[in-house]
Design a binder for this molecule. Structure first.
Ligand code: AMP
Ligand code: ZN
Length: 450
């Protein structure tokens, strides 16, 4: 599996540092509002990434933070006159519901910033102890970028030649260098009840320190992979590297990956421009999570993607075409031509997550299965869907039940109708022994392959 590393600007093999496990940190949402589908372009990209890691037989440990304290969350909570945690809970819950709707696999850990203030204070303290951070006249604590020689290595900017070191703009008066950034922000009137005590007085953590502290807590001081949207690259990720490496003296992250923006009429989809759709907006218009996911993943993650309703219409048609074919697909020996399409698919996803090319292989499979017969192709569709997560197997599952299992199911239905529970249980066990799981619901029984 090869991916493009923003740090080295090259395509490299992604190999785990330890335990056959890729340790991945992804910058998560600021929970002050509903996420828009631009945000979900980043989260679906990260979902594809973790699925391809697993597709290749590696394990994944993903941490996604929830930024539940910053200017925007504080402003929202204070305007609504509710505690910060009450205000952010609505949007945390909505976020998890949206992830499900888009069939995004859950991360292993979702740490919230407000639960990790002591870890952040400890990290700031270590930087102060090393003389890399300083408390300024405004009581805030800043990172001195001149004390970290590697500053700019991710963004590929040579700061030594860029910075004057002079105190420039009025709003940066308290900093020693223009590029210095806040690690700890001193309490201000507008923060209202939000604040934590620290060695530097009451205040709150800066956004960047949050990610350095929580990623290292759960993934170690050096880990495999860190991702986000391209807007996170500078200054956020640059600052994360500076904080972590200046504190530990070790390399922070091996590979950095960034997805391009989702755009609307050529401009970044964003809250501030007002040109956004939330997932809810699109669901209300009658689009499904599966169709929206299809549109978000069906462009290379490093290419711009322009949002248009015509793309959703195309997604609907393409998915219907896949569904109709999968309905005919059966288990069994995989035909040689189907294996070839799977090999093409595998090569595409392993080539820096080339999902458009992977979809092309899927459609070749559909075309050939329609022409040559879909016997033996179900496993190939399933394998491809481990990465794509858009195929509907419900009908194929029903159709794929072997005759002897169906016979036992019919007997069991009759036993249940006669309230013969012992016989019903015996048949359930017999069906289980044959490799199928029976589920009872109001609609009757259904089976899935174990
Ligand atoms: P935020 O909540 O603004 O911190 O953003 C959360 C994630 O969404 C970050 O990884 C951003 O880089 C990403 N993001 C924000 N807007 C877009 C967009 N229009 N397209 C793709 N990713 C985005
Ligand atoms: Zn982050």
């Amino acid at each position: 599996m090869k991916v493009y590393n923003s740090l080295t600007r090259g395509v490299e093999t992604l190999a785990p540092i330890a335990d056959n496990t890729i340790r991945l940190y992804t910058c998560g949402p600021t929970v002050y509002n509903f996420a828009h589908i631009g945000n979900f372009r980043a989260y679906t990209f990260e979902d594809i990434l973790r699925r391809v890691v697993q597709f290749n037989g590696m394990k994944i440990k993903q941490v996604m933070n929830l930024t539940d304290v910053d200017d925007k969350t504080i402003r929202g909570a204070n305007a609504a006159a509710v505690p910060l945690t009450t205000y952010t809970k609505t949007y945390k819950d909505a976020f998890f519901a949206d992830l499900k709707m888009l069939n995004i696999q859950p991360a292993e850990i979702y740490p919230a910033a407000t639960d990790h203030i002591p870890e952040m204070i400890a990290l700031v303290q270590s930087l102060v102890d090393k003389g890399i951070a300083y408390q300024s006249d405004d009581k805030s604590v800043y990172f001195n970028v001149r004390k970290f020689p590697g500053y700019g290595k991710l963004a590929h900017i040579d700061f030594d030649h860029q910075q004057t070191g002079a105190r420039c703009a009025a709003d940066e008066y308290d900093k020693e260098n223009v590029g210095d950034f806040a690690l700890w922000k001193a309490w201000e009137e507008s923060d209202g009840p939000v604040g934590w005590d620290s060695p530097w007085g009451r205040g709150r953590p800066g956004w960047h320190i949050e990610c350095s502290a929580m990623s290292m807590k759960y993934l170690g001081e050096t880990f495999d992979l860190h991702t986000g949207g391209i807007d996170n690259l500078f200054p956020h990720h640059e600052n994360e590297i500076a904080q972590a490496e200046a504190s530990t003296g070790k390399e922070f992250v091996k590979t950095w990956m960034h997805c391009a923006h989702l755009k609307v009429n050529g401009e970044k989809m964003s809250k501030s421009l007002g040109n956004f759709f939330t997932l809810r907006d699109l669901l209300e218009k009658g689009w499904t999570g599966r169709e929206i996911r299809y549109v978000l993943i069906n462009a290379h993650y490093r290419s711009g993607l322009n949002f248009a309703f015509t793309a959703l219409e195309d997604a609907r048609k393409s998915l219907a075409r896949i569904d109709a074919c999968v309905e005919k697909a059966t288990e069994g020996a995989v035909p040689e031509w189907a294996q070839r399409h799977l090999d093409d698919f595998t090569a595409a996803v392993n080539d820096d997550l080339n999902i458009p090319k992977a979809f092309a292989a899927l459609f070749e499979l559909v075309r050939d299965a329609n022409g040559k017969g879909a016997e033996g192709t179900l496993g190939v569709f399933r394998r491809m869907d481990e990465v794509l997560g858009v195929i509907f197997f419900g009908k194929a599952e029903k159709a794929a039940v072997p005759a002897e299992i169906q016979a036992m199911l019919d007997e069991r239905a009759a036993a249940r109708a006669a309230k013969n529970w012992a016989e019903s249980d015996r048949l359930r066990d017999a069906i289980a022994a044959a490799g199928w799981l029976v589920k009872d619901s109001r609609e009757g029984q259904s089976v899935t392959k174990k």
